[in-house]
Design a protein around this ligand. Structure first.
Ligand SMILES: Cc1cc2nc3c(=O)[nH]c(=O)nc-3n(C[C@H](O)[C@H](O)[C@H](O)COP(=O)(O)OP(=O)(O)OC[C@H]3O[C@@H](n4cnc5c(N)ncnc54)[C@H](O)[C@@H]3O)c2cc1C
Length: 250
């Protein structure tokens, strides 16, 4: 449960989930899902559980832009499709082509694992790149990107979260409150902060939340196959229609 967190916070997260009625199973692998069953392997034991609705939330795949870039530049991708970048976040062999955030696979010096796909990493890489590009234009040397770990937080439910702030560990309501504060603080522009604060306040006090459901019903024009196909083409055009195209082709 939340492997990057200290053991006591992982245990607190598990307890919070159990309080919500979730049955937590660790050291278990899902090996198959068919229309009616989920097959789970725990050690040597293989078990089938009947389920007509299965929600898979284990892991995220990188944007297809990574594959397009890899095909054009020969850059190596990791297992989830992130581009393995240099220490200044450039694509190997393309010093003017940079990747920041979720699409970048970056292992800090002396570490073994790449940085996680979180907003904190993306924000620090974004501001690093702005400075790095300025330095490059001024013909100055560019130091390698260094991630400053300011801690991590995970929200579990209403009034339930865990926070590892490096100097302090919190769980339950205090962690949840800090999670809310930090997320609103980092939103850009005052209007956005106010709007999100009002929406979250409304949801908190009324226990009502807006849900956007994708039901597979094609009567919604934006989800029709034609629109989806045109969106894919647009994405490809956007991906190849800017300065990167020249760089990639060069
Ligand atoms: C459900 C969910 C919850 C999360 N919760 C947290 C959390 O609590 N804390 C945390 O730190 N992180 C969280 N994350 C992760 C965090 O959102 C990401 O790490 C962060 O947004 C990465 O920023 P980014 O700029 O790299 O990518 P994004 O924020 O995804 O921005 C990429 C943008 O590029 C656009 N784009 C994609 N392809 C193209 C293209 N070909 N042409 C033009 N534009 C394109 C996309 O539409 C998007 O707007 C969460 C992620 C998810 C999905």
């Amino acid at each position: 449960m939340l492997p990057p967190y200290p053991a006591d916070l992982s245990a607190a997260a598990q307890q919070s989930l159990e309080k919500l009625g979730v049955e937590v199973r660790t050291k278990s692998l899902v090996t198959d899902i068919d229309g009616d069953n989920v097959t789970i392997k725990s050690g040597d034991k293989i078990e089938k559980t009947q389920a007509c609705t299965v929600i898979w939330a284990a892991g995220v795949k990188a944007s297809p832009l990574g594959k397009a870039l890899s095909e054009k530049t020969g850059a190596e991708l990791d297992r989830i499709g992130r581009v393995i970048v240099e220490s200044d976040l450039s694509v190997p062999g393309y010093p003017n082509l940079y990747i920041a955030g979720d699409l970048a696979h970056y292992i800090p010096e002396g570490e073994e694992r790449p940085l996680p796909g979180t907003a904190a990493v993306a924000m620090q890489q974004g501001s690093y790149l702005a400075k790095a590009i300025k330095r490059k234009l001024a013909k100055k040397t560019v130091p390698a990107f260094k991630y400053k770990d300011q801690g991590s937080m995970a929200v579990i439910g209403r009034n339930e979260a865990v926070a590892n702030l490096n100097f302090m560990k919190l769980s339950g309501f205090p962690a949840w409150f800090i999670w809310i504060f930090v997320h609103i603080y980092y939103l850009i522009e005052f209007d956005n902060k106010l709007l999100v604060l009002m929406q979250w306040g409304w949801q908190y006090f009324t226990s009502q939340r807006g849900a956007r459901l994708i039901t597979g019903d094609d009567t919604i024009p934006a989800l029709s196959a034609e629109v989806m196909a045109s969106m894919e083409t647009e994405t490809e055009l956007v991906a190849l229609d800017d300065e990167s195209k020249d760089l990639v082709e060069a």
